[in-house]
Design a protein around this ligand. Structure first.
Ligand code: PLP
Length: 462
């Protein structure tokens, strides 16, 4: 089929306009990023109200690219949460390093399908280098296999699917071919403080969100490595590097000894906390981590790449490939590493571009500094909040601070902080107490940002 003459004219016009359009988008992005440090972190009511001005009835005729971009910039930009900026401490999100933004923009222009090497020699090559670097930086065993995913949720699910296939395979059951109906039961052990996305993943892969044994934790949210149960038959143990509230990690050495002694597969959810391994002064917290069988993490959190970028790592690269590879009549074996054979997706953004760009630009020492910086800023937060009369509920060992007040008004304080817009922090519950959670995962947060935020939080109390 050829395009109709009319359609030809439309395409010619779009090509002619593309240069200008890309330049305008880059200009809009530059303006946005320039304002980021000074704007209110949460959008104001006026910005939210203006969302009603977005074209919301499906246009019959083309709106035109320039008008579309205008709406995105004029209406969209003010209605963003400035989570890329230096005073957003909500959830555990991370910002975007300049080199990541730049690499992402170029990668968007490349529009590579990251699935197969034949589709993207550069994407497949950067994937491979970036994954090897990540394993090396985290001190994981040589030969560890990996694949990029949309985030840690999917990285954990990917690893847990491999764990399932291997655990059942050892029991003589081919889960990949035959599924779980009629399979021997798989015992799944998690922490009382397991991240809910791990349970979500267990549901997705057929092991069930609720069919888990939960091990008790200490006051920092670490599994207590005592009175551990005996496991029989196929078993998976999911541990945690970096509790989403306290930042604390499970004691890997005794737990992995116990799990492996019971023949279980050990997976580590290390969405952000695993990066402690890349900072010499923090690595002690995740000692023994490298002895696990698989690890899930994020690049879009502490590594400060843009969304969406998770990383699944499996000690036995062949096991990962066995669970994730597929064949099709149009796929020729290449004898080289193919990204899609190491992840649950086929078509995908070539996420290795940004991860490679970030790690290459930082180097080993730059990454250690990035992690250390987040930890130092969190410690400064904790000191400042204590001085302002808050009670810090966790040992601030990483980038997380959980703080509250004794008069029961923390919910109102959080609401006032969010309204004020100087910084943003969200609520949590920790050991039965309502608290405010602060996560410092942005490369650009300065001491002045922390001090300004502490002042705003203290002021929100009055
Ligand atoms: C954020 C997080 C996840 C989920 O990661 P996504 O990238 O949002 O899918 C899982 N576990 C922990 C500990 C987390 O902090």
């Amino acid at each position: 089929m050829t395009a109709t003459p009319d359609q030809d004219a439309v395409i010619r016009a779009a090509l002619a306009a593309r240069d200008r359009l890309v330049a305008s988008a880059a200009d809009a992005a530059r303006r946005y990023l320039a304002q980021l440090p000074d704007r209110a972190v949460a959008p104001d009511d006026a910005a939210i109200a203006r969302l009603a001005e977005l074209t919301s009835d499906l246009p019959e005729a083309p709106l035109g690219a320039e008008e579309v971009l205008r709406q995105l910039d004029e209406i969209g930009s003010p209605a963003t949460v400035a989570s890329a900026g230096p005073r957003y401490f909500g959830f555990v999100v991370g910002g975007t390093l300049p080199v990541a933004t730049a690499a992402s923009m170029l990668g968007t222009a490349w529009d590579q399908n990251g699935a197969y090497r034949v589709q993207t020699p550069i994407g497949a090559t950067l994937d491979e280098i970036a994954l090897r670097w990540v394993a090396e930086l985290l001190g994981l065993p040589e030969g560890t296999g990996g694949g990029f995913t949309s985030g840690a949720t999917n990285a954990n699910s990917t690893c847990l699917a491999v764990a399932r296939d291997q655990a059942l395979g050892a029991a003589g059951w081919d889960a990949l071919a035959d599924g779980l109906i009629g399979a021997p039961p798989v015992q799944v052990v998690v922490s009382e403080e397991v991240h809910p996305t791990v349970l979500k993943g267990l549901g997705l892969i057929g092991l069930g969100r609720d069919r888990v044994l939960r091990l008790p934790v200490d006051e920092q949210g670490r599994i207590i490595p005592r009175d551990l149960p005996e496991l029989t038959g196929p078993a998976i143990v999911a541990l945690q590097a970096g509790n989403v509230n306290s930042g604390a990690s499970d004691p890997f050495e005794p737990l992995i000894d116990w799990a492996h002694g019971n023949g279980a597969w050990v997976h580590v959810d290390g969405a952000f906390g695993i990066w402690a391994a890349a900072a010499p002064d923090r690595a002690e917290q995740v000692r023994g981590l490298a002895r696990a069988d698989s690890w899930g993490t994020d690049a879009h959190k502490w590594l400060n790449t843009s969304y969406d970028s998770g990383i699944a790592l499996v000690r036995d690269a062949q096991a990962l490939r066995a669970s994730m590879a597929m064949s099709a009549s149009y796929l020729m074996p290449t004898g080289q590493r193919e990204p899609a054979h190491h992840t649950s997706a086929m078509s995908q953004r070539a996420r290795g571009i940004e991860v490679w760009a970030v790690l290459a630009s930082l180097g080993r020492t730059g990454l250690a500094d990035l992690v250390e910086h987040g930890c130092r800023m969190a410690a400064r937060f904790a000191d400042g909040l204590r001085a302002a009369g808050f009670r810090v509920l966790n040992d601030v060992v990483l980038n997380q601070v959980v703080a509250t007040v004794d008069d029961g008004s923390i919910a109102e304080i959080i609401a006032a902080v969010q309204r004020d817009g100087t910084c943003w922090a969200g609520p949590t519950r920790w050991h039965g107490r309502d608290a405010m959670r602060i996560s410092v995962t942005n490369w650009s947060t300065t001491e002045a940002d922390v001090d300004k935020s502490i002042a705003a939080i203290a002021a929100a109390r009055s």
